[in-house]
Design a protein around this ligand. Structure first.
Ligand code: HEM
Length: 215
């Protein structure tokens, strides 16, 4: 009875208290769901960026290499365990809360599509843990370039999932959607080109330095 005002427990004669969620419960679940999603994605994006730095550190001289790789390994573990996974747990737990308050969502096609993309995101999350383990053991075979490309996947999932939850059954397929798709592709390509430009510039500088030292 102490929880009655909080949970809206109204006693029904002969049947004991009936449970129904207070009206604001849905909004609380949604608020925390969105907070969890933001934290989860921030963690996923930064984690793979750290993997890229971790792999790039292999090109440093041996003393620096060890120090940098140890530091990156520590940062990756902390980011994954203290930020990324708790973000996932909050997002998914609150999503279960949302579905408990309004189970009707579970019978709608857009929600099935959303859950399929969320499964892909969970698989990506698990794969990041696998890569992290390989990096810590010095067994990762993914090049920085491949890791950069991999880091585009959650962006794509983020855009699709948010569109599904906002548009629901009216998922758009018109010009605005294609513009957004083109924008994501241009962003992804720019990141790849910028990384390539930086690498070529570093190589040219190193060649110049070598030529200067030899002269
Ligand atoms: C276990 C997986 C998930 C389930 C079951 C789930 C379920 C839901 C439900 C039922 C809503 C409320 C819809 C409404 O009130 O209109 C919602 C809102 C939302 N979800 Fe999820 N969600 C999940 C994962 C995610 C993920 C991974 C993202 C981000 C990529 C996300 C982004 C959002 C956003 C932005 C909203 C607010 C939309 C609005 O208020 O218009 N969700 N989710």
């Amino acid at each position: 009875m102490l929880l009655a005002p909080l949970l809206d427990l109204a006693p029904i004669p002969g049947r004991g208290p009936q449970f129904s969620w207070p009206p604001e419960a849905y909004l609380w679940f949604k608020t925390l769901h969105i907070v969890g999603v933001v934290v989860w994605f921030a963690g996923l994006f930064y984690l793979v960026r750290l993997f890229i730095y971790h792999r790039e550190a292999e090109e440093l001289d041996p003393v620096l290499r060890q120090a940098f790789q140890d530091q990156y390994a520590l940062m990756e573990r902390r980011l994954a365990n203290i930020i990324t996974t708790p973000g996932l747990v909050v997002a998914v737990t609150m999503a279960v809360g949302l579905l408990t308050v309004n189970p009707a969502w579970l019978h709608q096609g857009w929600m099935h599509a959303k859950l399929a993309f969320v499964l892909a995101l969970l698989a990506y999350h698990a794969f990041c843990y696998r890569l992290m383990g390989q990096l810590q053991r010095g067994e990762c075979r993914w090049s920085p370039k491949q890791l950069r490309a991999l880091n585009e996947l959650p962006t794509l999932l983020l855009v699709v999932i948010v569109m599904l939850v906002v548009f629901k059954a009216q998922f758009p397929t018109g010009a605005a959607t294609w513009f957004l798709v083109a924008l994501v592709v241009v962003m992804a390509a720019s990141i790849q080109f910028y990384a390539r430009w930086r690498r070529l510039r570093a190589e040219r500088l190193a060649e110049k330095e070598q030529a200067g030292a030899a002269a």
